[in-house]
Every structure is written in structure tokens, then in C-alpha cells.
Design a protein around this ligand. Structure first.
Ligand code: ACO
Length: 356
């Protein structure tokens, strides 16, 4: 039976380290406040106007491609997960194709907009394509440049202290080896609370969901005014609708419920238990969320990998960055049972179980 496996993995973190003390110079916050609630000590910020989600994704992809023992020309499908794309459109998939110098047009490029669970969704899509025999070398990238889209004033401090920039990538190939490859992926969504963790503009909503946004219903749209388009209105700019918004406590409560649920679903399906997990890599949302999940699932410290302390929350990039780092440190070995899980905006969540 054909399964899909991770044949190569890479990561890229920008060089600039931004500590909690650095942030406290531009907003009213403190190292103590951030560490206590999120576990984050520092994060990376990319070089503005020189680095983008695509360039960081490309750097990670080159390493993954080399480690898979192939060249960029061998890639037959690209999946790019990000919530911070270079352009409103086209997506980063084709930009990455160009950056990698892939000129052949027989390949496809797909962009995934599933925020924190983007990598798990991408892995699930790649798994189906590879298992069906349609593609042999799928490049899956998660990359984020949050530092370009955050409000670093006091108004945005509950969000901007959490997120960081970076990228991770994997090459997915078919395998017939018995003790290797993706065992299953589980995906879920619930749009009821879409606005609880959202970046609503620019967009085509034109104020349509205003009651759900918990906002003033007058967004200042004026008929036939060119500015009253997906790019929004002056009023929306003034009201800060161009930054991410999060109801932190609501997100926390749902995340710590959905993580264990979806992990157990995958384990049950594979007839395995938490004791069988060699390495659990949660989406690096918040160290407190990861610790809560670890405790409720009865996992030991050596079964869980966290690096949010160093990089903050890098959304779609957090799982491949953490998985790559754990593997580089020898914490994931051949044959190990690796469990990945994510929860995020949408809400969407999912898990993946794989034999390394
Ligand atoms: N520094 C200092 N004070 C702050 C900061 C900051 N960076 N941000 C907010 N505050 C203040 C608020 O203004 C508020 O002050 P007030 O009481 O005078 O009004 C106070 O701190 C409490 O604000 P809350 O927003 O209620 O902060 P909370 O204690 O809920 O902590 C946090 C916020 C850390 C986000 C928390 O809700 C949480 O852990 N949520 C989980 C969600 C999460 O981590 N999401 C990550 C991204 S989403 C994902 O990946 C799934």
C-alpha cells in the first residue's frame, strides 16, 4: 500500500531577535506579563522590504529539497500555507515557484488559508495527492511574516507580543515501507466563531458581518466611491479594522478542548494510545495552551516539543519549524510515532499521526 512520508524538512528563521524588553520600549508591556501568560521570551522579525513570507518559505524549501535528495525541478506540486501573504493575490505558491526557479508549467501551486492549522490541512492534502499516485514530490511550506501586519501600539499589544516570523517546509514523497509515513490526518472546522480570532480587512465583506464583528455597523461605505472596495474605508482605518483581533480567553478555552479531542480521534483510528507517542508537536500557539494539553493527555516532558519561547507563535510555520528543530536535535528518530496537532482561527483544527 502506498503511503506518504516526509522525505526532507527545512526551516528558516530571520536573524533579528526581538526580546520582550525590546517590545516594552514601543508599548506598555513587560517581560513578566508576556512570559507569564504565553511563555514567550523572544521572537524573530524579518527584514522589512527585503524578506517576505515567500522568501522565507523559499529558504526553508531549499533545505527540505536538498535533504530529500532531489532538486527543485523534481517538485510536481506546491502547497503554501500562510495568513501573511506577500500579495492579496496571487498567492505565495506561484511566487515560491518563481523564487525556486521552477520554470516547468506541468506543476500545480495551491495556497492554503487555514491560519494556525494551515500546515496540518496542507499535509492532509499532500497525503491524499501522494497516496492516490497523482504526485511524487509535493513541497509543503508554512511561512509567516507577522511583523508587517501587527499593531505594535498599546491597542494591539494583546496580539502583537505573541506572534513572530519564520518558515518551515517539507517534501512529501510516496513510500511502501511498512513502518514509515503518514498514518492519518483529521480535520475539523466550525465557522460559528469566525470573528473571535480574525483579521477582517481588507476583504469583500463591505460590513456584511458587522453584527458578528461586535463592531459599529457603520463602516463608512459610500456607494460608487472607489475607496469603498475590498480595501475598506477611512472609517475602518480609523477604527483599527486593519489589524488582527483576538478574544484571547475564548480562544484559550476552545483550544484546550479541541487539541485533545482531535489527537485522541487520530490515535483511536490508528489503534494507538498516548503512551505510543514518541514526539508530540503542537502548533506553538501559547506555551500555556501546550502545557494544558500535555497535562490533560498525560504526556511526559520528553514526549512534547515546544520552542515558542524562542520564536513566538509563527502560525502556519510553527509546526514545521518545531518538527525540523526537534529532528535536527535528534529528538525524532526513524520509526518514531510523531503526533502533530493545531487549532486556530476559523475555527479550524486538526491532527496528523506519522511514523518518521
Ligand atoms: N502587556 C501588558 N498588558 C497587556 C498586554 C500586554 N502585551 N496585552 C493586554 N494587556 C492588558 C489588557 O489591556 C488588560 O488590562 P486591563 O485589565 O487593565 O483592561 C489585561 O492585560 C488583561 O487583558 P486580557 O486580554 O484579558 O489578557 P489575558 O489575561 O486574557 O491574556 C492572552 C491574553 C495571553 C492572549 C490570553 O488570553 C491567552 O493566553 N489566550 C489564548 C489564546 C492565544 O494564546 N492565542 C495565540 C494565538 S491564536 C492561536 O494560535 C490558536
Amino acid at each position: 500500500m502506498i503511503k506518504s512520508k516526509i522525505a526532507g524538512i527545512g526551516r528558516y528563521l530571520p536573524k533579528t531577535i526581538v526580546t520582550n524588553d525590546d517590545l516594552s520600549k514601543v508599548m506598555d508591556t513587560s517581560d513578566e506579563w508576556i512570559r507569564e501568560r504565553t511563555g514567550i521570551q523572544e521572537r524573530r522579525h524579518a527584514i522589512k522590504h527585503k524578506e517576505t513570507s515567500t522568501t522565507m518559505g523559499t529558504a526553508a524549501a531549499k533545505i527540505a529539497i536538498e535533504r530529500a535528495g532531489i532538486t527543485a525541478e523534481d517538485i510536481d506540486f506546491i502547497i503554501f500555507a500562510t495568513l501573511s501573504p506577500d500579495y492579496y493575490f496571487p498567492g505565495c505558491g506561484v511566487l515560491l515557484q518563481r523564487e525556486l526557479g521552477i520554470t516547468k508549467t506541468e506543476i500545480g501551486a495551491l495556497d492554503i488559508r487555514n491560519q494556525c492549522s494551515g500546515f496540518i490541512y496542507g499535509l492532509s492534502v499532500a497525503d491524499q495527492f501522494v497516496k492516490s499516485g497523482m504526485y511524487k514530490n509535493v513541497l509543503l511550506v508554512g511561512a509567516e511574516m507577522h511583523s508587517m501586519g501587527m499593531d505594535f501600539s498599546n491597542k494591539g499589544r494583546n496580539v502583537s507580543v505573541i506572534f513572530g516570523d519564520g518558515a518551515g517546509a517539507v517534501v512529501i514523497q510516496p513510500t511502501q515501507e511498512e513502518n514509515k509515513g503518514v498514518l492519518n490526518t483529521k480535520l475539523h472546522s466550525d465557522g460559528t466563531y469566525a470573528e473571535k480570532l480574525a483579521f477582517i480587512s481588507p476583504g469583500s465583506h463591505g460590513g456584511y458581518h458587522a453584527d458578528k464583528m461586535g463592531a459599529d455597523t457603520d463602516f463608512g461605505f459610500e456607494k460608487d466611491k472607489p475607496f469603498a472596495s475590498i480595501f475598506g474605508t477611512q472609517k475602518m482605518l480609523d477604527d483599527d479594522h486593519f489589524f488582527p483581533d483576538m478574544e484571547g480567553k475564548f480562544v484559550f478555552k476552545l483550544a484546550v478542548t479541541k487539541f485533545p479531542e482531535v489527537i485522541n480521534e487520530g490515535l483511536k483510528d490508528a489503534e494507538l494510545t498516548t503512551a505510543d507517542i514518541d514526539m508530540f508537536i503542537p502548533h506553538q500557539a501559547n506555551l500555556r495552551i501546550s502545557q494544558f494539553v500535555q497535562k490533560s493527555m498525560g504526556l511526559r516532558d520528553d514526549q512534547v516539543y515546544n520552542n515558542i519561547m524562542k520564536y513566538g507563535n509563527t502560525t502556519a510555520a510553527s509546526i514545521p519549524i518545531a518538527m525540523c528543530e526537534a529532528w535536527e536535535q535528534g529528538k525524532i528518530k526513524d520509526g518514531d510515532l510523531v503526533c502533530l496537532a493545531a487549532f486556530g482561527s476559523g475555527f479550524t483544527w486538526g491532527s496528523a499521526l506519522l511514523r518518521w
